[in-house]
Design a binder for this molecule. Structure first.
Ligand SMILES: [Zn+2]
Length: 118
């Protein structure tokens, strides 16, 4: 299961962050993933909940944002974000296009619960 290995990576990243800040637990986190990775957000959230059991991230609320790739036309320079697999430039119908981005996986925000009675 593709989502589970990503969820494990997310848990490791966010737990590392929580430990560095001496947090009691992770409240919520947000990640951004490229549409090219073909991640199903609901599956990733389920996998995250499982992977986070018995860690500082247990019970944390995960938000997954899917980012579409950008298609750049080498002929007219148009940059578009197709909703489907792009085969041609929507502006000049050139087939000379390059797909950029869409395969990233970023942890964009983490909210930690820090014990301030220290
Ligand atoms: Zn074009």
């Amino acid at each position: 299961m593709h989502e589970f290995s990503i969820a494990t990576e997310l848990v490791a990243a966010v737990v590392g962050e929580a430990e560095r800040h001496g947090a009691r637990r992770v409240e919520r986190l947000e990640c951004q993933c490229g549409a090219m990775r073909q991640i199903v957000p609901a599956m990733l959230i389920d996998a995250f909940e499982l992977a986070a059991v018995d860690t500082l991230a247990e019970g944390a609320q995960l938000t997954v944002k899917t980012v579409p790739p950008t298609v750049r036309c080498r002929d007219c320079g148009a940059e578009t974000q197709p909703t489907d697999w792009a085969v041609e430039c929507p502006r000049c119908t050139s087939l000379n296009i390059a797909v950029e981005g869409g395969d990233e996986l970023l942890l964009t925000s983490v909210t930690l619960e820090v014990d301030d009675e220290r």
